[in-house]
Design a protein around this ligand. Structure first.
Ligand code: SF4
Length: 323
């Protein structure tokens, strides 16, 4: 395991709960109890500097809330989050890349101003001329040109807009980017270009990524480590090649079964069995028991703890028992 200082992020027992009860009067009249959505519930992870950790799972599993927790956009209900220092020994400024770059770029601002804003806010350049030079440099770094600074976001394609988002994130001299489905709104060929760009930037600047995705084919190519999330908890966490070679948790196996087989594309893939239950009323015990083909009696009432099996972390009674 890397030394503590080599981690850019450590999360310990992180939870984020939301009160989703109906208004007080309505609840009192209908005698309903309060309702809590446990979007993230007891997540522990560590991200080594310069690596990519992917967090995968179906919609509604808490991935996006976890992403927001990791960059400080929402406060944890419980648990701790510790960032390492940046390379200069200063405070780390985690940045987020969103799925829809158009929604995250101010449509009334020219691209040059969008990229310049964090530089000015953080006082990273001494003069307006230096800031302009840095903006030009960043636009070229992400495959755009300096002349694009005078254009507006709507003049760009989806892929180009995602490049602008990346330039803006790098403008903060960010070393840690949390990317929430950064390519899922893009065409497949454009997805590959953006993933290649992110990979090149990681190599050049030693960036650290947390990559949120439901697309396992993409995750396989970009990750050093993968955490599989189900109803607010990580159910399996392992090195990417080990997880894809021999998944242990029944949910991981189910997810991997949906990836098309490139060697045999005509082979039928197993569809996902059932749907993610309502996270406001998750099943008791192992929350996956309503969909699990290996379910045992105690799975319905006893929450499985995290077990370390063969160097990976798994939450499953059967895997912990070596079955
Ligand atoms: Fe399936 Fe039980 Fe393991 Fe949950 S604990 S994944 S229900 S076998």
């Amino acid at each position: 395991m890397p030394h503590d200082q080599d981690y850019l992020l450590r999360a310990d027992d992180l939870a984020c709960w939301f009160d989703v009860s109906p208004p007080w009067l309505e609840r009192t009249l209908s005698r309903q109890p309060t309702q809590t959505l446990k979007a993230v519930d007891g997540v522990s992870l560590a991200v080594p500097r310069g690596s990519t950790l992917s967090i995968v799972g179906e919609s509604g599993c808490g991935k996006s809330t976890l992403a927001k927790l990791l960059v400080g956009l929402v406060a944890p209900t419980r648990g701790t989050l510790r960032y390492g220092r940046n390379r200069k020994g200063g405070t780390l400024h985690p940045q987020m890349i969103f799925q829809d770059p158009y929604a995250s770029l101010n449509p009334r601002w020219r691209v040059g101003n969008i990229v310049a804003e964090p530089i000015i806010t953080l006082g990273l350049r001494a003069s307006p001329a230096d800031t302009r030079r840095r903006v030009d440099e960043l636009l070229e770094l992400v495959g755009l040109s300096a002349s694009d600074a005078s254009r507006f976001p709507h003049e760009f394609s989806g892929g180009q807009r995602q490049r602008i988002s990346i330039a803006r994130a790098l403008a903060t001299e960010a070393e840690f980017l949390v990317c929430d489905e950064p390519t899922s709104a893009l065409d497949v060929s454009v997805q590959a270009q953006i993933l290649n760009l992110m990979g090149d930037l990681q190599k050049e600047f030693g960036l650290t990524y947390v990559f949120i995705s439901h697309n396992l084919s993409v995750v396989r190519h970009v990750s050093d480590r993968v955490a599989v999330m189900y109803l607010g908890r990580i159910v399996e966490q392992a090195a990417a090649d080990e997880l894809f070679e021999s998944p242990k948790h029944p949910y991981t196996k189910m997810l991997l079964d949906t990836i098309p087989d490139l060697d045999d594309p005509r082979r039928d893939r197993e569809p996902m069995a059932g749907e993610v239950p309502n996270p406001i009323m998750p099943p008791a015990g192992c929350t996956f028991h309503t969909r699990c083909g290996m379910v045992q009696e105690r799975c319905r009432s006893v929450v499985p703890e995290v077990a370390v099996v063969g160097g990976r972390e798994v939450r499953c009674h059967l895997v912990a028992a070596g079955v």
